[in-house]
Write a new protein. Structure first.
Length: 146
């Protein structure tokens, strides 16, 4: 397994634990890291960075998700899907060293393992819409700066 895939799965598990328990995020991270300690190929830096971005930008990412939902309430989106979408959004917007298409693909593949049968298509559709929005924002920023 690619080290970043393992890191993403670790982040998903940590954020899910946080969502359920509402314990201190640092405590959750430490506990999750301990459960992955036998994985020598875990990219700890990538994992910590992604976890921090998602935790610190939850509300912002949730708004992006809500903006893309059509005839659907955010509260009805499965918790795992919400987390995967937040992760994908944060990778697209904040982690420039990860190509957005890779972020989307990884979220889709992880959804196939950890969520419902329809989740991978749902996650793909929402992240693709957000990526297109991101590209428009980038193009506008570039145009405004010239």
């Amino acid at each position: 397994m690619h080290p970043n895939r393992l890191a993403r799965e670790c982040v998903l598990k940590a954020l899910y634990a946080y969502d359920i328990s509402q314990e201190a995020p640092e405590k959750i991270l430490k506990s999750t890291l301990a459960s992955f300690s036998n994985h020598k190929d875990l990219d700890m830096e990538f994992m910590k960075t992604l976890y921090t971005y998602v935790y610190e930008n939850q509300n912002w990412a949730n708004q992006h998700i809500k903006d893309c939902l059509q005839n659907w309430e955010f509260s009805r989106v499965a918790t795992v899907d919400q987390i995967l979408l937040r992760m994908g959004i944060c990778e697209i917007y904040f982690m420039e060293d990860v190509p957005p298409k890779v972020s989307i693909s990884e979220a889709v593949e992880i959804a196939k393992v950890y969520s419902t049968g329809d989740s991978s298509g749902f996650v793909n559709g929402i992240l693709d819409s957000i990526y297109k929005k991101y590209l428009k924002e980038e193009a506008k920023t570039t145009k405004d700066n010239n």
